[in-house]
Each structure stands twice: as structure tokens, then as C-alpha cells.
Design a protein around this ligand. Structure first.
Ligand code: NAD
Length: 425
């Protein structure tokens, strides 16, 4: 069932482009491989006195448009192939969204839920010591991803600043506001997804009160998306995390804040920041099922917001939702998308739908470099403007060329990377 994420990413590129000339061909060949893969062994002293060695990666995919930019993931499934795929998608996403960055990504193969807070801190600091020579405000700027947050960014920034001998806030984004982070960065990816939802609703004349949504993943991205959609009157009828799916049996739709509250109250404190599960909220009103079931709900909109490769050629026929808004990176395989398209479903691709995060990361970087601090309404306004411009551009190209939204997004990104490339040769 598992398809290599990197092969999937390259299939998406190949099948989106219309290679016209020698320069297209040259760039296409360049984009088959990352410019640099840094693999490090990270020894960490555990609380019991033993030493464990973890593997970490930083993939610097392409920097024709600016410094590499992309998150760092902590997960037991992290592999070089996965990080390469994620770094490739960042290259495409940063080009379409218009931020002046190339693409990169990083990760450590670890289950952070099994570490104490002290072990997590030592692991995070040790990782930064290993990759310090390869990153920096004008070289490569990491950010949060799955299982990393502003606390982890605080360890990174502090360790990197100590190594450089000066405060280096612009080397990382996704920091807490008191550490130089931007207002709205925490909410940004979910909020950007909500702006996309509003676009879809307007284009296809969906009435929020009658529109049902299922969300896979109840972490940073899934929770904030669900919260904004709920506030705007959409009906969140199913949410899932890695432990299970919660289904609303009242028909009214769920309040994501209530779920988060119960998850935190009931969740076991494993010593780190990942606490509880949506599963803890199951009872009379909410029925619980296995995690995968969230994908097959009879809803209008499905929002994968967990991990990649969850909609494959094997299960695509079971997807009932008419619209799929990809907030996770790479949730749909190339073959699965072909099947969904044939059934008349609309897939809003990850490189467009989840760009809100990197857009506000860009704002954070600009604020850190200039020493300015922007007000929340200003950040929201600029973000919405960039999200809308990007989405309109992608929809226009898709309709003009009669291609999928993903193919349109890849074509626009490719042209922009090509322009930067042509100036260099
Ligand atoms: P997170 O760690 O905060 O949350 C991940 C969630 O997914 C958790 O609730 C986890 O339980 C759930 N999950 C894991 N496996 C699952 C499964 N098999 N079924 C159902 N749920 C499962 O991570 P996040 O930051 O919210 O990132 C989620 C996705 O969004 C990732 O693909 C990430 O690359 C992408 N993304 C994140 C950002 C960002 O700003 N954080 C930006 C762009 C894209």
C-alpha cells in the first residue's frame, strides 16, 4: 500500500508540465534531485543515563528563488525519501505563493511521545549543533512541522544563537511571539485552509450551515482549520487523530474547542507537549471509530491534515466527499488523484491549500530582519491577499488550460523557478 513519497512527488511534476524547450528540459532535470542532503547522527543522553543515537535530515532542495525554507518534523516514520518529497513540495509551494524562498525540509526519526521534556530539549539542541553550518537567515530557515512547535523552535533559536554568539531570530520561524514570532503564525496554516474553504464555497455556491466537513488530523493545522470553519458556521461532523475518528451523531456539528479542552484534560501527560486524543471525547454525542474511517464519511468536504499518502489508488474509490482540501503535505497519491478527478471531484492541492503557514513564516522573517512588529489585522490582511491572489491564479490557469488545480499550480511554480534560473545562466 505504501508508495514512496518522493516518487509520488516527481510523478506529479512530470505529469503536470508541458516541456517546450531546452531550458524547460534543463530545469526539469535539475528538479529531479535535491541540491543537498545533510544526514546527521545525533547522540542524546537519556534520563536513565544511557545514550541513544537518532538520525536527522535536512534536505535543501532548490534555492534558485531564495534561501531554502521548510519545516522540521519529529516522527518515527521520517526517512530520507519522505524529507526529500517534503522539501520538493516546499520548493513548488514557495514559488506559487510568491514568497522569496527556495525549498527545504528536515526531520528526525523519533517518536517524541516516548521522550521526556528534557530528552526532547537535548535532542533538539543537538540536532541544531549538527546542522548549524548549513542553516541561517540567508541560507536555510527551518520552521515547525508535525510534532514540532514554538517550544522546539525556542530550543533551536537559543542553541543556534549561542553557537553564532549573537541573537538570531531570523534563522527560524514559528517562534512564540515573545521570542520574535509573528502574530497569527501558529494559526496560519489552518487559517489559510479556511480562506481556501471560503473560495470553494463561493465558487460552488455552498451554504456553510448545510456544508459538512470531515478533518483528518487534529494537531496544529487540523484544529485551527476546524475552529475557523466552525466559527463561520460550517458543520464539522468528523475529526480524527492517530488514535481514532470521532463522529458527531447529533447532526449539529462539533465545537473543536470543546474537543481540544477534553483532549487536554483527559489526555495522559507523557512528559512532552503531545497530550490526549480526540478519542478521549467519545461518549453519548460523539461516536468513535478507527482512525482511517474519517476518510470515508459521507460529507461535502474532506480535509486531510495529518500525514502523506493516505488517499491511494487502493482506497480512492471509497472517498465520498465532493471536495478535498489538502492541508497535509502529499496526502493523495498521483494515481488516486486521477481516479478522484475522473469521478468529478475537486482536489485543492497541498502546495496551494496549506501555503498560509509559509506566507506568515515569511512575514515573521521580514519582521525579524527589520526589527518591526506587525499588528494581527495587518498580518491577516496581507496573508489573505496573498492566499487569494495565489488561488485565483491557479484556478484561472486550470480553467484556461483545462488541467487540474495541481497541474496548474506546478506549471506556475515551474515558470517562476525557471525565470530565476534563467537569470543565473
Ligand atoms: P501536528 O503534529 O500538530 O498534528 C498532526 C496530527 O495528525 C495529530 O493530531 C496526529 O494525531 C494526527 N495523525 C497522525 N497520524 C494520523 C492518522 N493515521 N490518522 C489520523 N490522524 C493522524 O502536525 P501539523 O503541524 O498539524 O501538520 C499536519 C500536516 O500539515 C503535515 O502534513 C504537515 O506537513 C502539514 N503542514 C503543516 C504546517 C504547519 O504550519 N504546521 C504547514 C504546512 C503543512
Amino acid at each position: 500500500m505504501y508508495m514512496n513519497a518522493f516518487s509520488n512527488a516527481l510523478s506529479q511534476l512530470k505529469n503536470s508540465l508541458d516541456i517546450k524547450d531546452e531550458y524547460d528540459k534543463r530545469l526539469f532535470d535539475i528538479l529531479q534531485k535535491p541540491q543537498r542532503v545533510v544526514t546527521v547522527a545525533i547522540p542524546v543522553r537519556m534520563d536513565d543515563g544511557s545514550v541513544k543515537v537518532f538520525t536527522g535530515y535536512r534536505v535543501q532542495y532548490n534555492n534558485f528563488r531564495g534561501p531554502y525554507k521548510g519545516g522540521i518534523r519529529y516522527h518515527s516514520q521520517v526517512s530520507e525519501s519522505e524529507v526529500k518529497a517534503l522539501a520538493f513540495w516546499m520548493t513548488i509551494k514557495n514559488a506559487i505563493s510568491g514568497v522569496p524562498f527556495g525549498g527545504g525540509k528536515g526531520g528526525i526519526k523519533v517518536d517524541p511521545k516516548k521522550l521526556s521534556q528534557g530528552e526532547l530539549e537535548r535532542l533538539s539542541r543537538a540536532f541544531i549543533r549538527e546542522i548549524a553550518q548549513n542553516i541561517g537567515p540567508d541560507i536555510d530557515i527551518p520552521a515547525p512541522d508535525v510534532n514540532t512547535n514554538s517550544q522546539i523552535m525556542a530550543y533551536f533559536t537559543d542553541e543556534f544563537s549561542k553557537l553564532k554568539g549573537s541573537w538570531q531570530p531570523a534563522a527560524f520561524t514559528g517562534k512564540s511571539v515573545d521570542q520574535g514570532g509573528s502574530l497569527l503564525r501558529t494559526e496560519a496554516t489552518g487559517l489559510g485552509g479556511f480562506f481556501i474553504l471560503e473560495k470553494i464555497a463561493k465558487k460552488y455556491k455552498l451554504n456553510p450551515g448545510k456544508t459538512t466537513i470531515a478533518v483528518q488530523g487534529f494537531g496544529n493545522v487540523g484544529y485551527f482549520f476546524a475552529k475557523f470553519a466552525h466559527q463561520a458556521g460550517y458543520r464539522i461532523v468528523a475529526v480524527a487523530d492517530s488514535k481514532g475518528t470521532l463522529i458527531d451523531t447529533s447532526g449539529k456539528g462539533m465545537d473543536p474547542d470543546k474537543i481540544l479542552e477534553t483532549k487536554r484534560e483527559k489526555g495522559l501527560n507523557s512528559g512532552c507537549y503531545c497530550r490526549g486524543s480526540v478519542y478521549d471525547c467519545s461518549g453519548k454525542v460523539y461516536r468513535s471509530q478507527s482512525a482511517e474511517k474519517v476518510l470515508y464519511q459521507n460529507v461535502d468536504i474532506l480535509v486531510p491534515a495529518a500525514l502523506e499518502n493516505v488517499i491511494t489508488s487502493k482506497n480512492a474509490s471509497r472517498i465520498k466527499a465532493r471536495y478535498i482540501i489538502e492541508l497535509a503535505n502529499g496526502p493523495t497519491s498521483y494515481e488516486a488523484e486521477e481516479k478522484l478527478n475522473k469521478k468529478g471531484k475537486t482536489v485543492v492541492p497541498d502546495v496551494v491549500a496549506n501555503a498560509g503557514g509559509v506566507i506568515v513564516s515569511y512575514f515573521e522573517w521580514v519582521q525579524n530582519k527589520s526589527g518591526d512588529t506587525w499588528k494581527k489585522e495587518y498580518v491577516r490582511g496581507r496573508m489573505k491577499e496573498m492566499m487569494n491572489e495565489m488561488t485565483d491564479n491557479v484556478i484561472y490557469t486550470a480553467e484556461k488550460d483545462n488541467i487540474s488545480l495541481r497541474a496548474a499550480a506546478y506549471r506556475i511554480a515551474f515558470e517562476r523557478i525557471k525565470s530565476a534560473f534563467l537569470f543565473r545562466i
